[in-house]
Design a protein around this ligand. Sequence first.
Ligand code: NAD
Ligand code: IPM
Ligand code: MN
Length: 357
Amino acid sequence: MKTVFINVIAGDGIGVDVIREGKRVLEAIGSIHGGISFRFNDLPWSCQYYLEQGQGRMMPGDGLKILEDCDSILLGAVGFPGVPDHVSLRGLLLPIRQGFDQYVNMRPIKLLKGLDSPIRVSDPAEIDFVVFRENSEGEYCGVGHIEHEGAPDEKAIQEAWFTRKGTERIIRYAFDYARANKLGNVLSATKSNALNYSMVFWDKIFNEAKAGYPEIKTSSMHVDALAGLFIMKPRVLDVVVASNLFGDILTDLGSAMLGSIGISPSANINPERRYPSMFEPIHGSAPDIAGKGIANPVGTIWCIALMLEHLGLSEMNKLLMEAMEAVLGERTVRTPDLGGTSRTEEVTDAIIAKLGK
Ligand code: NAD
Ligand code: IPM
Ligand code: MN
């Protein structure tokens, strides 16, 4: 029997609700597979932890050391009123992504069977693409300062660092993915009309890289126009590669195109496997519905599928995706964000029931 060891950070708000469901799904997968069991190490790191231990920490000082030795990390959401968002996110989520060099953030945008897009599409297959978001630097490098605080000429400076290494590796990853999956085109999100250093550099690296993939059609589009294209003509998209901030914004838009922000998963990947990768839904802690038992668990369950694939359990990934689509396709058990009346755990129950068949 192989044991898969998972560090779990449920975090805040509905993070707790959806991670509970994710663990139940993994347990069900374990009992179906027979040869695998999942062992969880639940870590209490969260805004509540921050407030309770009173030392200004979202996780212990050696948090990354504690996390390092595992097969994968599963994370719910971080951030809650009472702790400023930049403190909670810079204290927990971002140090993990950056510290473990999870430089690929993969976010599939796919209209699964049974999902209704707010956009008119004649065939669900029209919305099926992947966004690769740079996840280690760029606008999220965290460098900056305030000048003349409190004075009339007060000024905030926020830097964005784009290194050759960091830019090349995410762009190449996107191209390699397109090649491996026989996808016809890779589109780069830019804004080189206004960002005269960072995005001009990004474009230069993209143009250098594309020479190595002559069979793939490429284009660059300013991110504002690209946001429009997502809505107007999503069928032309296969692979989108974007900087940290652009990828963040585009994928909330992408998830909204699937009918809810609670649907979409993300994989924070360290491709070299020097460090564990981390799986988390793209949504946040949703304080407005926290504790009400109505959070959509599909984003997290889809994350579990991505995690299974990453762990080499492709058959289990397929089984879970089919179970999820079967439940969504029946259109009876769904949470209020998708227009239903079901509770979080009822959605999971229905998916687990399909898994067993
Ligand atoms: P949010 O994603 O938490 O919520 C936006 C809206 O979507 C809310 O109306 C919420 O109810 C709804 N929603 C989100 N997930 C849902 C789900 N699974 N089912 C049903 N409805 C869902 O975004 P926000 O309000 O901007 O952020 C709230 C907090 O979460 C902030 O502290 C923010 O920094 C943090 N955040 C954390 C992460 C993360 O940890 N990965 C991601 C995004 C935001
Ligand atoms: C996401 C979130 C995070 C991000 C926040 C909470 C820092 O919005 O995972 O999409 O911007 O990366
Ligand atoms: Mn986001």
